[in-house]
Design a protein around this ligand. Structure first.
Ligand SMILES: [Fe+2]
Ligand SMILES: [Fe+2]
Length: 416
């Protein structure tokens, strides 16, 4: 894997000195105009939207502050440790900025734990899953300082949380508030946060490029992590009740935010010297980011991904996208020539065929499938969306397999 110009161009020394030059004070931001505007100038839906988005930033900054220390211990070089120590100070400052906003503008309380508890209700299902995984990966990193584990942790922290989720959010918040002349204090704070995040992401990309060069096992580990996270990351920025006014009331669309996130992940992986099309994540990295965003949102709007909704009915386009995503995660070399049939009790059947190097999927029945999975369509969705553990679903009889059951034993390798 050739080192990329993007990650090579910048040095750890540059990143550190940019931190010294960029220092700012979260305690000196003036929120007095924000407080007046919050009650006077924002309409009801804008206030709800802002509270929803900023609560996720508040909790996110709190979580990344708490979870960075094992990264410092596991980082192999002194330059990594010094930079990560500056980053931890930044994250604390970001958390303080949002804590002040929640206290002085929203009135959620001056005690941070209280304000966190009072804003907890705004966190989305996807958000909770992504940050729960950040907690567990930080614990794993305390016990396992191997390069693949560190590469997974950096991927989750710097590429998923910071580059894919936070940075697009900051961009749209800053832009929409600027156009409307709203919340000048928060805007000033977020401009600082954005600059800090750019530095953090640049560090993450650089470090990841070194890790994948030193240990090729890191690429497999990164693919495994992104695949596991995909149903959750797609569901983070999904408004309550799928009410898109939470986004459009500030002048942008879910498509724009998700496209920017898709673009960011792809660009950062490539800058780290990783070809995302080889990761078997399930995302069509061969298609433009707009299309990746559109597909993710189609699955969310159909109720296929995200929090469980009652009464989801099969939708032809969403089902085709779901199986296309599955096809992209399959390692066809694990069982060449094998076929799998989904026999849904309440929806049309689908199948998967491993043709040598690649996999293909389609609706309908095969003549002699090697493995048949019989279940309700919704039960299958629960597995794909990461709501239910697949082995648990098998044990409980929600999925009834027949045929060559040894393929199930190999399923973790096959479907990863
Ligand atoms: Fe931050
Ligand atoms: Fe950060």
């Amino acid at each position: 894997m050739a080192p990329t110009v993007a990650a090579e161009k910048i040095t750890y020394g540059d990143l550190y000195s940019r931190w010294e030059q960029g220092n700012w004070r979260a305690t000196e931001i003036d929120f007095s105009v924000d407080r007046e505007q919050w009650h006077r100038d924002l309409d009801e839906i804008q206030r709800r939207s802002a509270l929803w988005t900023y609560s996720m930033f508040f909790h996110g900054e709190d979580s990344v502050t708490d979870n960075l220390s094992p990264f410092i211990d596991a980082a192999p070089r002194e330059e990594h440790k010094y930079f990560l120590a500056t980053q931890q100070a930044d994250e604390a400052r970001h958390a303080v900025l949002f804590a002040r906003f929640m206290d002085e503008v929203v009135g959620a309380g001056s005690d941070t734990a209280t304000a966190l508890a009072r804003t907890d209700t705004h966190l989305t299902w996807g958000f909770r899953h992504v940050f729960a995984r950040l907690d567990t990966i930080a614990s794993e990193l305390r016990r396992d300082r191997s390069l693949p584990k560190l590469a997974q942790a950096i991927t989750l922290y710097h590429l998923v949380v910071e580059a894919t989720l936070a940075q697009p959010g900051q961009h749209f918040i800053e832009e929409s508030l600027r156009q409307r002349g709203l919340l000048p204090g928060l805007r000033e704070g977020i401009a600082h946060v954005s600059r800090d995040e750019q530095r953090h992401i640049a560090f993450g990309v650089k470090m990841l490029s070194e890790l994948v060069r030193e240990d090729p096992g890191c690429v497999t580990a990164i693919g495994d992590l992104l695949r596991e996270l995909l149903p959750y990351t797609t569901s983070v920025f999904v408004p309550p009740g799928l009410d898109e006014r939470y986004v459009t009331s500030f002048g942008f669309t879910l498509e724009q935010v998700h496209t920017r996130g898709a673009e960011s992940l792809d660009g950062r992986l490539r800058a780290a010297g990783i070809d995302p099309t080889t990761l078997r994540v399930g995302l069509p990295f061969d298609l433009p980011p707009e299309e990746r965003a559109r597909r993710g949102l189609t699955l969310v709007r159909a109720g296929y991904l995200g929090e469980r909704l009652d009464g989801v009915t099969p939708d032809a386009e969403a089902t085709a996208l779901l199986f296309d995503g599955l096809r992209r995660t399959v390692d066809a070399t694990q069982a060449p020539g094998a076929t799998v049939q989904w026999d849904f009790t309440d929806a049309e059947p689908w199948h998967l065929r491993l043709d040598g190097e690649a996999a293909s999927v389609g609706p309908g029945r095969l003549e002699h499938p090697d493995l048949v999975l019989r279940c309700r369509f919704e039960d299958w969705l629960d597995i794909v969306a990461g709501r239910v553990d697949p082995w648990r679903a098998l044990l409980r009889g929600r999925i009834r397999p027949r045929g060559k059951l040894r393929m199930l034993v190999r399923a973790p390798k096959l479907f990863a």
